[in-house]
Design a protein around this ligand. Structure first.
Ligand code: GLU
Length: 331
């Protein structure tokens, strides 16, 4: 279903225009291929839980998903191995450390959470399949269930990361040393680098978030992407750990569970309401898209989307989505 509310459409266009003027931040270049992104790219998309879709700007520009994949692969690991087993391998504790820190819990040897690289490599290890090909296929099929379309891998980004990702290799081998991952570690690292290089656009990210907002069912295709019992697990770690070292501030100020990636994307879930996808590759010092963060903040403040907000919204989401101001236009 396409957008049928000119009111929300106009709102989103206005937000896009407002924040397109911001040129703070820097395109990531620590993975050499990422530096090729155009700094001015800016796409936005919102998909509601009943499948209305609103998009502005470069919403169909492809880029690599990077760390955003971590939230969804965590969901797949939960489905494959069950909550109890996964929790024994990866904790859900936020960390003040950098996303690529070489650090494990001193007592349990577990990575701190599934959103840092160590945790994501551990959850990737839990993705089942008889060989590398089947494991990759299962992962790509999962993303297809969320977005409603099939996905390719950006091979130069994959190879760039595989060639330069010594730190991730070090993390993986440290976990192997502690018996926290299985010995097929090189296969798992390839799968991890491949998952980071999956090509998505802002529309996909909004659809993925809307699927979580809708209890795990893609609101447009009707396909279930994840077992409903794990939806809250995924959204919880997004809220506590999804925005790098800004996660606490994000939860406090913006309060929409979200995950960002160094490719410039953000996916944000407003449970039972809608999903937001943003893409703008200029990142702040924490690694989050500058414009994307501002967009989420605006939506949160205007429509009172903070998950713990008890205040009346400045703008009534239902009215905006219906596209009919009715009596309110004269008040
Ligand atoms: N592929 C990146 C890495 O492992 C993920 C970075 C990110 O988006 O946080 O370093």
């Amino acid at each position: 279903m396409d957008a049928d509310s000119p009111l929300f459409d106009a709102y989103l266009r206005d937000v896009h225009q407002r924040y397109a003027a911001i040129d703070d931040g820097k395109v990531a270049d620590y993975i050499p291929e990422l530096a090729l992104a155009k700094p001015e790219w800016f796409g936005l998309c919102v998909v509601t839980k009943d499948g209305q879709c609103f998009e502005v700007g470069d919403s169909r520009q492809l880029f690599t998903i990077q760390s955003i994949a971590k939230a969804f692969v965590y969901g797949l690991a939960l489905e494959d191995c069950g909550r109890e087993y996964v929790n024994r391998r990866v904790s859900v504790e936020p960390t003040g450390e950098a996303f690529n820190a070489i650090v494990l819990d001193e007592v349990t040897n577990r990575p701190y959470n599934p959103m840092v690289n160590a945790g994501a490599i551990a959850t990737t290890d839990l993705v089942q399949g008889k060989d590398a090909v089947e494991r990759l296929k299962r992962m790509l099929d999962m993303f297809e269930r969320y977005t409603g379309r099939s996905h390719d891998i950006n091979v130069p980004v994959f190879l760039s990361e595989k060639t330069t990702g010594h730190r991730n290799r070090a993390i993986a081998y440290l976990m192997l040393n502690f018996g926290m991952v299985t010995p097929r570690i090189d296969e798992t690292l390839d799968l991890y680098f491949q998952q980071c290089a999956i090509l998505v656009n802002a529309h996909d990210l909004a659809m993925m978030a809307a699927t979580l907002a809708n209890g795990g069912v893609n609101p447009v295709t009707g396909v279930r992407a994840i077992d409903s019992q794990y939806v809250k697990d995924v959204i919880s770690v997004m809220l506590t750990c999804g925005m790098y070292d800004y996660s606490g501030e994000w939860a406090y100020h913006i309060g929409i569970p979200a995950k960002s990636g160094v490719g410039g994307g953000i996916t944000a879930v407003s449970p039972n309401k809608l999903g937001i996808g943003t893409f703008s590759p200029r990142l702040d010092s924490k690694g989050n898209s500058v414009r994307g963060s501002r967009v989420c903040q605006a939506l949160s403040e205007d429509f009172s989307l903070h998950v713990f907000s008890v205040e009346q919204a400045k703008l009534d989401l239902d009215v905006y989505l219906r596209g009919d101001l009715g009596d309110r236009s004269s008040s």
